[in-house]
Design a protein around this ligand. Structure first.
Ligand SMILES: *Cc1c(COP(=O)(O)O)cnc(C)c1O
Length: 383
């Protein structure tokens, strides 16, 4: 009997335990929801689900913003949607850069013709609100100031309160990347006066990759309506999208219907667990992993005061070959963890305990596997 290449592909799709920086494990329940029969994008049944999803996303973001929905595209599409709607050529954008995703926001803004003011911090450190304030004082005309709330490349949990205080009452819009923070640590859009906040489905939300929850404040929508030039992306234009999401129900594009079923189910799971319980679970399980890894000689990459529980970045112990160990974890133990990006490449691991991955039994599996690999001295013994 011969197998076709299609059959071979299916055979190789045995699951792995996803403990990297995303995607995170998706529950059977969410996958089942996505398998429901596809409805039309203008079908009243589907529109009812979309409206309910907007309410659930508002609860999760801590906002009453009407313009709260899921962009058709991954977290990066959420980032593009935020910047392309707010920025026009020649606008000033202040961007906090202390990892891959801050660097990417800066790049996105520059591609839109903005004059970008980067405010840097070392990788593994949080941004200094004083330096952001200074940049804002030098550029009060800035159209927006953007920071990453949970920098997945470094494990930094950026405090937002001081930045929010500085921007309150100014003309500068506050943009926050909450791709890895949403549903893992509190995201409080209205309390902090955030104008645009975007996320992704495949990190702490535990849904299928392919959507980017996003919220625009009324003020952000007013500023978008008042643009000098149309939004340069037709697909991500928030005013056009509001024609479909709002009462007019004007066709814009066909959203990924089945992914939206999955997201809706994931939001129901979040509601059933309760947000506080969910944050507590991430904090407890992530905190435990950090203690256990330190006991095994993994030094933390991230500043002690700003560590995310859902993403742990650590130096692999001296003399161990991080790449070979990570490969052995995947091939022999079916566990995925992430390597370092940019300057941290080849030096660190990034372990994600996100959504359904934030469970003690996942930590147990990982630690047992690491202990076994270390005991077998599978270190690639560089010397
Ligand atoms: C993962 C991530 C993104 C990009 O999301 P994709 O779904 O990979 O496009 C953006 N920002 C942060 C902080 C992320 O962790």
């Amino acid at each position: 009997m011969t197998t076709t290449s299609a059959e071979r592909t299916v055979l190789s799709l045995t699951p792995r335990l996803l403990l990297g920086p995303g995607p995170s494990p998706v529950s059977h329940r969410v996958l089942q929801a996505a398998a429901h029969p596809t409805l039309g994008h203008l079908d009243p049944r589907f529109l009812e689900l979309l409206d309910d999803m907007s309410l659930r996303l508002r609860d999760l973001f801590g906002t009453e913003n009407e313009m709260t929905f899921a962009v058709s595209g991954t977290g990066s599409a959420g980032m593009e949607a935020a910047f392309v709607n707010l920025l026009e050529p020649g606008d000033t954008a202040i961007v906090g850069v202390n990892g891959v995703f801050g660097t990417r926001m800066s790049d996105v803004a520059r591609r839109l013709g903005a004059r970008v003011v980067d405010v840097q911090a070392e990788w593994g450190q949080a941004l200094d609100p004083g330096r952001l304030e200074e940049a804002h004082r030098r550029h009060p005309e800035a159209r927006l100031l953007a920071v990453v709330h949970a920098e997945t490349s470094t494990g930094v949990h950026q405090p937002l309160d001081d930045i929010a205080d500085q921007l309150r009452g100014s003309d500068t819009l506050f943009v926050v990347d909450a791709v890895t923070s949403l549903a893992g640590v509190p995201v409080e859009v209205d309390r902090l006066g955030i104008d645009v906040c975007y996320s992704g489905t495949q990190k702490c939300l535990g849904a299928i990759p392919g959507l980017a929850p996003i919220t625009f404040s009324d003020w952000a929508m007013e500023r978008i309506e008042g643009r000098r030039e149309p939004v340069s992306s037709w697909y991500l234009d928030a005013s056009l999208l509001s024609g479909y999401l709002g009462s007019e129900r004007r066709y814009h594009h066909t959203p990924p219907i089945n992914l939206l079923y999955g997201l809706h189910e994931a939001l129901r799971e979040v509601e059933e667990e309760g947000l506080d319980a969910r944050f507590e679970r991430h904090a407890e399980v992530g905190g435990r992993l950090q203690v256990e890894l330190a006991a095994r000689g993994f030094r933390p990459f991230t500043d002690v005061d700003h560590r995310l529980p859902q993403l742990t970045a650590v130096y692999v112990p001296q003399g161990r070959d991080e790449g070979r160990l990570r490969q052995a974890l995947l091939e022999e133990h079916e566990i995925e963890v992430g390597g370092g990006l940019g300057p941290a490449s080849g030096r660190i691991w990034r372990v994600g305990l996100m959504g359904h991955g934030a469970r003690h039994e996942c930590v147990d599996h990982l630690l047992e596997a690491v202990d076994e690999l270390f005991a077998n001295d599978l270190n690639g013994g560089r010397g």
